[in-house]
Write a protein that binds this ligand. Structure first.
Ligand code: YSA
Length: 343
């Protein structure tokens, strides 16, 4: 009986070394601990032994069973760990290609513009897309009766009926709209800062107009404002020529400053550029010296400080730089277009 138990143990020790997966492990467990195993047979004949023999062999049989169970449990832990590891670091498996995103072309152009102005000591500020009529028009010297309002077809925001507003006058002053340009930030900034300063204001603007290859109902602008003592059109000319030469990477670019009209500047100018290889002049921005009325409306003394301001269409500049024929490509979400701007 004792030999039989020793034989079971040593056969098990040999067999367990050959087990390499969980199926083989299960087969081994059934062979050595199952109902038809040699150990079960030994246990079955135990009942015919004397009390003395039962004590001796019973003890030995239990030791062998405990040994098999412990060895099997350990083997299972080993096999499971090996299995998980094998899945994780199977160097023969093909790699998974990760798709990293990148900046939208308009964001990229906006960043390029910002970097050039930051290098010229301008600060970047931003303002609200939902504006009041006051900031978008009145404070910019464009009262309700002014014909120039027609230059900016406006999305008005329907007022919520509010009985708490005391007078009709207040209701009118608080009419809300989607800003039609970034110029309202000129007023907001001047109200809260003292000159000298120079800022640019990137942002999204909205116009209630028909779309075509060069017009969208929502697009981006970049406003600029520099205020101080002795700021002149000559300063504007220098700053803006520096900017365009860097933006288009064309040091020999030609410039043309044409008289123009915007109610918030006097005099007003339109800037045209001609790059190397261009056959035509391209109109790139509106600008001018900040109007005395605007300076006064923000609490400045126009006899002490002056400023220049400008506003350009970021989409249009991006179209010129990257030869994009239709502004609508920026907004229709077609990845075949967007992916061409991966750096
Ligand atoms: C003028 C003088 C200043 O001292 C300061 C700012 C300005 C610009 C003024 N606020 C303005 O909005 N002028 S603008 O109506 O001529 O628009 C400026 C630029 O926005 C245009 O030159 C054009 O590049 C772009 N733009 C206008 N409508 C657009 C548009 N881009 C795409 N879609 C549209 N619908």
């Amino acid at each position: 009986m004792s030999d039989k138990l020793s034989g079971i143990k040593s056969a098990f020790e040999t067999d367990i070394r050959t087990v390499v997966d969980l199926d083989q492990w299960e087969a081994l467990r059934v062979a050595y601990l199952g109902r038809k195993s040699a150990l079960s047979e030994v246990m079955a004949v135990m009942k015919d032994l004397s009390a003395e023999q039962k004590r001796t062999f019973g003890k030995k049989a239990n030791e062998v069973r405990a040994f098999l169970e412990t060895a099997l449990a350990q083997k299972r832990i080993e096999l499971e760990a090996k299995g998980t590891h094998a899945n994780l670091i199977d160097v023969t498996r093909p790699g998974v290609k990760r798709h990293a995103g990148h900046l939208h072309p308009l964001t990229r152009v906006e960043e390029e513009i910002k970097q050039i102005f930051l290098a010229m000591n301008f600060s970047v500020v931003e303002g609200p897309e939902i504006e009041t009529e006051h900031y978008n028009f009145d404070a910019l010297n464009i009262p309700a009766s002014h014909p120039a309002r027609e230059m900016w077809d406006t999305f008005w925001i329907k007022p919520i009926t509010d009985n708490r507003q005391p007078t009709t006058k207040n209701k009118m002053q608080n009419r809300y709209l989607l800003r039609t340009h970034t110029s309202p930030m000129q007023i907001r900034y001047m109200e809260n800062h003292r000159p000298p300063f120079q800022i640019i204001v990137p942002g999204r603007v909205f116009r209630y107009e028909a779309t075509d290859a060069s017009h969208e109902i929502n697009f981006y602008q970049m406003e600029g404002l520099m205020v101080g003592t002795n700021v002149s059109l000559a300063n504007f000319k220098y700053v803006i020529e520096e900017f365009f030469k860097k933006f288009f990477n064309d040091p020999d670019m030609q410039f043309r400053f044409r008289p123009s009209y915007f109610p918030f500047v006097e005099p007003g100018v339109e800037v045209d550029i001609k790059r190397k290889g261009d056959s035509k002049w391209l109109e790139v921005m509106g600008a001018g010296m900040v109007h005395r009325n605007v300076l006064k409306a923000t609490g400045y003394n126009p006899d002490e400080v002056q400023g220049f301001a400008f506003g350009m269409g970021t989409d249009r500049l991006a179209m010129l730089k990257y030869k994009i024929p239709d502004i609508r490509f920026f907004y229709n979400g077609d990845l075949r277009f967007i992916k061409q701007f991966k750096k």
